[in-house]
Design a protein around this ligand. Structure first.
Ligand code: SAH
Length: 214
């Protein structure tokens, strides 16, 4: 079984790794990661490692979730208005984000994962998370523009539709880009309609972003 001690030690580990945003640390504190993983992994719920979920996919390492969330927010006042996530997976990242923005939109290409997360969000009463079973390469135009777009699978290039759906007023996108072996986490800030600042943050390893629904 997991225990509170392991949750506390995860939080101090994240702080020692440079996660400083107190709102992000609070969101991790308040989110029951044990409910987003499979029962046989329960004792590892608060270890700082990625874990496998269904359909050959993974729930990211808590450090990566925290880091990406911190980058997505930047110095902006909370809550943000709208965030788009590509790759719902277990739903854990969306659950964290739901505490930092008014509305969360999240897209998953795998029907089974989409259905599981939808059920879990309704059981846990996360009312501001909206899910769609679709190919995230297209984004979700109906609710654009987004203050933040977070991509949790790695495309080989930054998808154009996502760049277009980012707010022109300092919208921020956090996205791993690269091939199976070599990916770079990037932070993109849309300074005005035509101008995007792109910064490399660190090397990461995500599952590939794949086209089409499954
Ligand atoms: N954010 C997730 C991590 C998910 S792993 C969590 O917190 O658990 C990456 C997910 O991206 C997988 O579930 C995978 O099926 C999904 N994915 C890959 N390509 C996609 C695409 N084009 N559109 C939507 N989801 C995609």
């Amino acid at each position: 079984m997991y225990d509170m001690a392991s949750k506390e030690s995860l939080l101090s580990e994240l702080k020692s790794m440079g996660i400083l945003n107190l709102t992000v640390l609070d969101a991790i504190q308040n989110t029951p990661r044990e409910l987003f993983i499979s029962a046989e992994k329960l004792n590892q719920a608060y270890e700082n490692i990625p874990l496998s979920i269904n359909c050959d996919q993974t729930i990211s390492q808590p450090y990566i979730v925290a880091k990406m969330t911190e980058l997505l927010i930047g110095e902006r006042a909370l809550p943000l208005s709208k965030i788009l996530e590509i790759g719902t997976g277990s739903g854990y990242q969306a659950a964290i984000l739901s505490q930092l923005a008014t509305q969360i939109y999240t897209i998953e290409r795998h029907d089974l994962l989409y259905k599981k997360s939808k059920k879990l969000f309704s059981e846990l009463n996360y009312q501001n998370i909206h899910l769609k079973h679709d190919d995230g390469f297209k984004g979700w135009q109906a609710h654009a523009p987004y203050d933040g777009i977070i991509v949790t699978a790695a495309p080989s290039e930054i998808p154009l539709a996502l760049l277009n759906q980012l707010s022109e007023n300092h919208g921020r996108m956090v996205i791993p880009v690269g091939n199976k072996l070599n990916q770079e986490l990037k932070l993109i800030i849309r300074k005005d309609p035509q101008k995007y600042d792109i910064k490399n943050i660190e090397s990461v390893k995500f599952v590939p972003m794949l086209s089409g629904k499954k």
